[in-house]
Design a protein around this ligand. Sequence first.
Ligand code: HEM
Ligand SMILES: [Cu+2]
Length: 539
Amino acid sequence: MAVAGVHRPWFGATLKEWIFTTDHKKIGVMYGVTSLLFFLIAGISALGIRLELFQPGLQYMDEDTYNALLTTHGVLMQFWWAVGVWSSFGNFLLPLMIGARDVAFPRLNALSYWFFFSASVLAVLTLLPGNHIRMMWTGYPPISLNDNVGQVAYYAFIIHLLGASSLATAVNLVVTNLRMRAPGITLGKMNLFLHAFLAMNVIQILGVPALAGAVTMLLLDKYFHTAFFDPSRGGDPILYQNIFWFYSHPVVYVMVLPAFGVISEIVATFSRREIFGRKSMIAAIWGIAILGFMVWIHHMFTSGIPDWIKIIFSYTTVLIGVPTGIKIFNWVATLYKGSIRYTTPMLYILSAIFMFLIGGLTGIPLGLPAFDINVQDSHFVVGHFHYVLGMTVTLVAFGGFFYWFPKVTGRMYSEFWGKVALVLIMVGSNLFYFLQLIVGLEGMPRRYADYPPIPQWITLHELQTVGAFILAVGVGLAVLNLVLSAKFGPKAPDNPWESPSLEWLVPSPPPPHNFDKIPHMPEDWDPYNYEWLSKHKKV
Ligand code: HEM
Ligand SMILES: [Cu+2]
């Protein structure tokens, strides 16, 4: 069964074609390039932070610059990398996987990207000296109501642009997924990647308005003299925290659910079998999405919340470990008795599962107020979310980049350098983040540019900085591998991984309209039926 005929490469488009395109594949590539670029900028600001923390005292910058770097790092990593990178995967892959020619609203899709791009330009401008924003990614009042933290209006505008972009993308992808699946691709036969994206986009649609509301109220307080949050005029700063975390806890699942989807695809392909407990996987995705909206108070255990509320949210937080555990169990059970192929993407994904385990296991005690009040706002929390968010999302994104690289570019990456990069990333990041957990347990507060010259702390900080630089070299190698292979890599076959999932049944790179005829998927087809492919050799 051939699902696409003429091979017309779309990749060599002119600048004008890139700018005016409504092709989901080009837009996906543009998201990928933008978010990777911002990942690098955010990474470089992190190296600045780590350099300053190498020794006690202030060596390289003043506190204000430190705060600006930390804000830039946090905002870019979360919104541009951990959220933004999935717009790349979603845009490129979703229509291909469901047998559609494009998303439901292609022009809206282009608008989403250009909103994202405009926000990107504005964000880059905050790096200029007079333009710094210094209120951290959380923007808590009353600090954010002070005049010395930078332009709140500017920051709010960036968030609104991003929010509009995310909302439009989310609506677009949900409609595409639900309305445009080719005949034969039932909900039950949908890739787990698509289920994860569906849930993630629903979270965006429900959550983004809350964040937009929070920053709008902040704006009104700052410039129009309302008093939602300003305690000096009778406002309640805790109200901001509630609204902010109502979105910003679920957003961690916006970052990690797509990663779960990608993990499932890659684990299945390279174990040559369907994901163990596929239905329970789908249930777990939705369980996480729903429970994710019921745990936000765990970010506020030290904000003077009544005890009975803390207890309820402690239960819900620990409960979310159950669907999360189910997913990890199912991936491992898939590997068991699978015929595993240790390709570069597979090794990134296996490393990601390992890192997620450490991240998840540090999250559970944080969900218990009795433990959390001791480490709140310490480097322990920073270590926790760098395991789950920093490393899991990053490893999965790179695993996904390598996995779909042949499809996107029509070329192969270097297996050898992909693996070398992974070794450096794993050594560097564990040296960095594990010691961050330890120095946090010993009381190192987060967001401080300086620390007392306790000999053990100095050693722990020095080693972390060394780890951060090893990690950076690994990431640099991985990016270089992608960039150079896109130009010089050997030609890739259409389906190098021998997967029956629909995106692999079209040429690499896919032709402009993906499918000449909308495919009708036969009864015996399934994206994870690896025997199906050998019976239909022609594709
Ligand atoms: C079993 C799963 C998890 C549990 C039980 C858990 C629990 C927690 C708790 C209780 C906190 C608040 C700690 C404090 O501020 O004192 C926290 C912070 C955080 N977690 Fe998790 N977490 C889990 C998974 C994740 C995942 C998957 C991500 C991201 C992909 C994530 C990202 C974060 C972030 C970003 C913060 C800190 C936010 C900030 O204050 O700036 N967590 N986690
Ligand atoms: Cu949370």
